[in-house]
Design a protein around this ligand. Structure first.
Ligand code: AMP
Length: 467
């Protein structure tokens, strides 16, 4: 694929020199924004197809730093600074990891500066940054997989709803809350009074950015994540994965950014039927159609969080970027050329399918002690990279501080290991072998991907389907 492009030298003094660029050649200069495990996996996949990496991140992710030609440290929502730096480094392509810069319009700014970018415009990012926007779009466009929902912007109306309701529900602030704003009846609150207290808190503190929230019927089932490449009109799905948001084993404790995830060799999940899969793809394809029809086409990575239920899967939420941790399940087994996919996505010309190896994967995050409530930063972690490599597992760094050649925990997730094998059981064993080569004070959920735990989920789901 070729395009005619011109770049300035970034200092504004010499005139831009037009040159012809072939994005299928080696050494494409790619800006990657974000410094977590997800972005380390993105960087690794781009490096496999020969890209040169220019990384903008808030923390010194050691894995990304080593793989990069140059690094810009600082706030990833400082759009002007990042765009200026990308131009000065002659970036030919950009991939945006986290949601916060997308909400700030980084894609619009990079594309205005002629840097083709994998990520949605600010307007299209509303699928994640405004939960009410998504629900209204689904209702107005007749998109299947929509749970019942209600919107509130005053306490009186919410009080009336709560007093009249005789079913369990979920309370959701509208905007970004780092995955921690949603409260589920029975998990995070148990009485009508507690529901009212949280409703009041959202309105008073504008949790999620505005004094408004939605309430949804509580769905019962098993969750799964479907990530897809989207070029504005076409949607190309990736293998399914299941995340584990709760901090402790047995899905207990507070919600976190995600403690780990697994995917199966057939790219489905043991409790997801082929019909479920097709229905989830239909929900997402119709969303992409609706976004194009309203003049805000969605281009980037769309990731649907679904609940498999007794009926068809229901959409819990959209995210408008790769999932973290589920990106680490799919990117290491991507067999197609990632730079080519990204370039074609940005160009509105995705291929009709993308190849992934028929492998199962299990990703386990190493997190600081107390993560989810009172994380303990500053604890030293020792990582025997060579031994981890010898197990066959992948190692992805996330939020660690590197000082004097040593690694220390921060308050966020530290690093992840990913076992990859022909079946889930072996992938899980490999992830455990790899974890044995991480030393220090940390916590990891050992239950993720274990055969007996997956079996329980399958049994639970078949009971739900029979009810
Ligand atoms: P969200 O950020 O909207 O994905 O919500 C975070 C988590 O809350 C999800 O991963 C689910 O575990 C739970 N959740 C969200 N919406 C619902 C719902 N309507 N019914 C049951 N659980 C939900």
């Amino acid at each position: 694929m070729e395009r005619q492009e011109s770049f300035s030298d970034g200092f504004g003094s010499s005139p831009a020199k037009p040159f012809r660029l072939s994005l299928s050649c080696l050494g494409v200069r790619v800006l990657v924004v974000g410094g977590g495990g997800r972005e380390h996996a993105i960087v690794e996949a781009l490096r496999r197809s020969g890209a040169e990496i220019f990384a903008a991140m808030a923390n010194q992710n050691p894995g990304i730093r080593r793989a990069s030609k140059d690094v810009l440290l600082g706030d990833v929502t400082a759009v002007d600074r990042i765009v200026e730096w990308a131009i000065s480094r002659q970036a030919e392509l950009a991939v945006i990891g986290p949601e916060a810069p997308l909400e700030r319009g980084i894609v619009d700014a990079l594309e205005a500066a002629s840097v083709p970018t994998v990520g949605p415009s600010r307007a299209a990012a509303a699928l994640e940054t405004d939960k009410e926007f998504t629900r209204v779009l689904m209702r107005e466009s007749g998109i299947p997989g929509l749970p019942q929902f209600w919107s509130f912007d005053n306490l009186g109306a919410f009080e009336e709803f709560v007093n009249d309701s005789d079913f369990e529900f979920v309370i959701k602030p509208l905007g970004l809350t780092g995955g921690k704003g949603v409260r589920v009846w029975g998990d995070h609150f148990r009485t009508k009074e507690e529901a009212l207290t949280y409703g009041r808190e959202i309105l008073e503190k504008k949790i999620g950015g505005t004094a408004r929230f939605i309430v949804e019927e509580k769905l019962v089932g098993e969750e799964f994540s479907l990530q897809a490449f989207c070029d504005g009109t076409r949607l190309v799905p990736m293998p399914l994965a299941q995340d584990h948001k709760r901090a402790y084993e047995g899905d207990k404790g507070p919600n976190t950014g995600g403690m780990g995830s697994y995917s199966d060799a057939d790219h489905l999940l043991p409790f997801v039927t082929k019909d479920d899969h097709a229905h989830a793809i239909e929900t997402m394809s119709k969303t992409v159609e609706a976004m194009a029809a309203r003049g805000t086409p969605f281009k980037g990575i769309l990731y649907g969080g679904f609940m498999a239920t007794r009926e068809r899967p229901q959409l819990l939420e959209y995210n408008v970027r790769f999932a973290d941790p589920e990106s680490m399940n799919v990117l290491p087994i991507l067999e197609s050329d990632f730079v080519d996919i990204c370039a074609r996505l940005a160009d509105g010309n995705l291929p009709s399918s993308v190849k992934f190896a028929l492998r199962a994967t299990v990703c386990k995050y190493v997190v600081p002690m107390g993560y989810g409530s009172h994380p303990k930063a500053g604890e030293q972690l020792k990582v025997d990279e060579l031994s981890i490599q010898q197990t066959g597992a992948k190692l992805y760094y996330a939020s660690v501080d590197e000082k004097g050649g040593h690694l220390y925990t921060t308050t966020s997730r530290s690093l992840a290991v990913v076992g990859i094998a022909r079946n889930l059981e072996d992938a899980e064993s490999i992830s455990e072998e790899a974890l044995a080569f991480v030393a220090g004070s940390f916590y990891a959920r050992r239950d993720i991907g274990k055969p007996e735990i997956v079996r329980l989920k399958v049994e639970r789901m078949s009971r739900i389907r029979q009810d």
